[in-house]
Design a protein around this ligand. Structure first.
Ligand code: BGC
Ligand code: NOJ
Length: 814
């Protein structure tokens, strides 16, 4: 069953029914001002940091699930009837409804009682504000007298404090209202120099800023008393819960249409210019008024929207493909790339499953996110790499997370996740291959943000590599620390008290439990570092890295292989995890995928064997399961993984993030059919037809799909913010389609399904547009390349001479 359809031409998903199984959302903003918006206008906005600068309030885990947002009410002033064009919060039955989620904007519209109303929400480029463009049309035969009410609820900035510290917060809310603009200035009197404003293009008939006056006692957003009565009260909030609401009266002749623009923005003032006059407590509104007057000029909002559209045209044009598979095309050309922007911006902080207060930007996550993002805005990737590296510790370890506003490591989570340092090498490698900007390696970057501790970025990579060598366990495999990629495999935790964090509780000294996964990651990162080192002309150093890599591969062969698949780990007792010797959790996906993608076992058949075991034991029609058999009970020595009921999350869920590792592994053994088949199983577009089972958005990946052991096998959860986005983008574009960035040029090495005759692609790489045509002339993956008509040896298109604009590549597969 479907709840809408893809409009590929306009790069939109059109939801045609408001009561989707879960809120189907979109992101607004892609620079500093952000919002999330559901298909019924639920959601919230923030500036840079979803925890520390929350602009509007949202209550998670509500009933209905998604309530609180950017709401508009339309009221027929003759009959007194009122409704929400976005269905929520009044949920009146609409004559028709649509929600178009597009690239950085969402338009929601409907018709009720012959009145059509639709709102386009977006954040213009280079501005700290959002625009709501409301168009109301009278489709009746007679004139209509209407009132429009807007409403948002302000958050008192720190979203964590806002939802817990009521004894203080009920007394601090402050607003000012001037010329129809509502200014929210809680805490501005003391240490804040920022505020928000909510403006409207029309002359207003009234406003409200006190929530409980707007709603009336014991009423909810579905039935506000002000809207029912039809008259704003001009309430001014002193404490309690500040809101912003305007009333606009409209008189529309039959067929007449009117547009109203609302602006919700964030503004900072220099500290010495906070008040106007300076010795008063009155907000200095000059800067905000200037922004408002710019955007409320007719035509300006359309121009801003057009600019946003062109921005996305440009970004998406960097990599466009035309393959025989519509789901591949749609995801690569539109939605997967778009999701990579969201994961780059948000990391795992703010979605409908991530509350924005739990996590900042993850070291491991954000480095991996670069794989799918770096080609889009390399300058921002560069800045991110330097920010991440600055949270690295002198030991080479890293803060697991940092807050985007302060860019400081998060002490609550701390460090000690022993895979973290290697992801920096992977992220930097991706950046260097994409851009060829070797200068980044010489950038001075501090450790733990301590001034004076700067070394070139290159040394950060050296320390990352060293980190593992300094922490090898009894078998010569890397010690796992608090956890590796799998945050829930907590082998040093041994927690038996409720409420302890599995990730930060450590009851063991950490000198025994080892991770085969980190060993695989070490091999991949070590190879990458050796390549980087060679490019710096340091041959001898590169050889040392390669020698360590060779040694680690041998250790994996000796102690990391279980006979038919790669082991997962050794626990604190030195016992195997992910072995046929275990009663449960015999085989894990992570090491099968990651070791093969790192090239381990390609030469001795173990890679093929591991992939076969994966197919036999872990693959389902909904994707590949994390491990089998699921843990049926809690194992003290394994931690959070065994805390989940079977089939969910890390306990045998289909953790979509590591499916692409197996996909890449399949391409490495030359199996294009298997690779694309796995790719399709979790491709959200290919799952659109079963939206009633999948339940999450059909246009973006979710973190997890319930595994075979779950009662709800096939049900997705935690959509949007997942490493799945970057890894799948990387897997399909660089490994299946095989258009791979290399240090010395673009590599063309497709491993596509046998029944594809070929495909076309356009890829912009280091300022040159490559027009690539791939044709199948035989059943294999052997490539011969013609570059601008000339046959060349190998599969790397050499970098063309300076000034070249485009290159034609023909690849024949035999
Ligand atoms: C989740 C993991 C996540 C971890 C850290 C766990 O509860 O299952 O997927 O990585 O928390 O936030
Ligand atoms: C989600 C976390 O964000 C990520 O860092 C981790 O690798 C996976 N869960 C697996 O536990």
């Amino acid at each position: 069953m479907k709840y809408g359809y893809f409009d590929d031409q306009n790069r939109e998903y059109v939801v045609t029914q408001p009561d989707t199984p879960l809120p189907w959302i979109n992101y607004l903003g892609c620079q500093a001002y952000f919002g999330i918006i559901s298909n019924t206008a639920g959601g919230y906005s923030f500036y840079r940091d979803a925890r520390l600068r929350r602009i509007t309030r949202y209550r998670y885990n509500n009933a209905p699930f998604d309530l609180g947002g950017r709401y508009i009410y339309v009221r027929d002033d003759n009959s007194g009837e009122f409704w929400s064009p976005s269905w929520q919060p009044t949920r009146r039955k609409l004559e028709n409804y649509f929600c178009r989620h597009g690239m950085g904007y969402t338009t929601i519209g409907s018709q009720f009682g012959g009145i059509e109303a639709s709102t386009r929400y977006f954040v213009p480029l280079d501005e700290n504000l959002e625009i709501w463009q409301l168009t109301v049309t009278n489709r009746r035969q007679r004139a209509a007298e209407l009132s429009i009410f807007s409403v948002i609820e302000f958050c008192l900035w720190d979203a964590q404090d806002d939802s817990t510290n009521f004894q203080r917060n009920f007394s601090i809310g402050e607003v000012e209202v001037e010329d129809g603009i509502i200014y929210h200035k809680t805490e501005y009197r003391e240490r804040r120099n920022h505020f928000s404003f909510f403006a409207c293009s029309e002359k207003i008939a009234g406003f409200d800023t006190q929530r409980d006056v707007f709603l009336g006692p014991y009423r909810g957003w579905d039935n506000p008393s002000v809207v029912e009565v039809g008259r704003s009260t001009n309430s001014v909030a002193h404490g309690w819960a500040p809101v912003g609401s305007h009333q606009i009266k409209l008189f529309l002749q039959p067929g007449e249409s009117r547009q109203i623009v609302f602006l919700l923005g964030y503004q900072e003032n220099p500290r010495d210019q906070k008040f106007d006059p300076p010795d008063s407590q009155v907000l200095n509104k000059k800067r905000a008024k200037c922004v408002v007057s710019r955007y409320l000029v007719p035509g300006k909002t359309d121009a801003a929207f057009e600019k946003l559209r062109l921005y996305w045209d440009e970004l998406l044009s960097l990599c466009q493909v035309d393959t025989p598979d519509v789901h591949t095309n749609r995801m690569v050309n539109i939605w997967n790339a778009y999701q990579c922007m969201a994961t780059f911006n948000m990391s795992r902080s703010a979605s409908f499953y991530e509350s924005g207060i739990g996590r900042g930007l993850g070291f491991r996550d954000s480095n991996q996110d670069l794989l799918g993002f770096v080609h889009m805005v390399p300058e921002r990737a560069r800045e991110r790499i330097l920010d991440l590296a600055a949270t690295q510790l002198p030991t080479g370890g890293a803060y697991h997370q940092y807050q985007p506003l302060t860019k400081r490591g998060n002490n609550d989570v701390g460090s000690g996740f022993n895979d973290d340092p290697h992801w920096l090498i992977i992220g930097v490698g991706a950046y260097l291959k994409e851009t060829g900007d070797w200068s980044i390696l010489d950038e001075p970057v501090p450790y733990d943000n301590v001034p004076g501790s700067e070394t070139p970025l290159y040394e950060h990579l050296q320390r990352s590599f060293r980190y593992t060598l300094d922490r090898l366990g009894p078998h010569g495999l890397p010690l796992i620390g608090r956890a590796d990629w799998n945050d829930c495999l907590n082998l040093n935790c041994f927690s038996d008290s409720p409420g302890q964090s599995f990730q930060t509780t450590t009851n063991k000294d950490g000198t025994v439990a080892e991770s085969v996964f980190i060993a695989g990651l070490f091999v991949l990162a070590g190879g990458e570092l050796a390549d980087i080192t060679k490019h710096r002309g340091l041959e001898a150093e590169a050889c040392l890295y390669l020698a360590e890599v060779t040694k680690m591969k041998a250790t994996i062969r000796k102690h990391g292989w279980d006979g038919e698949w790669f082991l997962r780990a050794y626990d604190d007792f030195g016992r195997k995890v992910g072995s046929k010797e275990n009663a449960e959790g015999k085989i894990f996906i992570e090491t099968q995928g990651f070791c093969t993608l790192a090239g381990i076992g390609l030469d001795d058949g173990r890679a093929q064997r591991a992939l076969e075991s994966t197919r036999n034991l872990l693959a389902t029609k909904h994707g590949i399961i994390l491990q089998q058999p699921a843990y049926s009970k809690y194992y003290l020595e394994l931690g959070e993984i065994s805390s989940y009921p079977p089939g969910y999350k890390e306990n045998a869920g289909i953790f979509c993030h590591n499916n692409p590792w197996v996909i890449i592994g399949e391409t490495r053994v030359g199996n294009g059919d298997a690779a694309h088949d796995y790719y399709t199983r979790i491709n959200p577009s290919a799952r659109e037809e079963i939206s009633d089972v999948h339940r999450c958005e059909p246009y973006v990946y979710a973190q997890m799909i319930a595994g075979r052991d779950a009662c709800t096998h096939g049900e997705a959860k935690n959509s949007w913010l997942t490493g799945t986005a970057a890894w799948n983008y990387y897997a399909i574009t660089q490994w299946i389609l095989g258009i791979r960035t290399g240090y010395d040029g673009l590599v063309i090495a497709p491993v596509i399904p046998g029944n594809w005759r070929g495909f076309h692609a356009t890829r912009k790489f280091r300022g040159v547009t490559y027009h690539i045509a791939v044709e199948r002339a035989g059943n294999g993956n052997q490539v011969s390349l013609e570059v601008d008509g000339a046959l060349i040896p190998g599969n790397v298109v050499p970098l063309p001479p300076e000034g070249t604009k485009s290159v034609a590549v023909k690849a024949t597969l035999r």
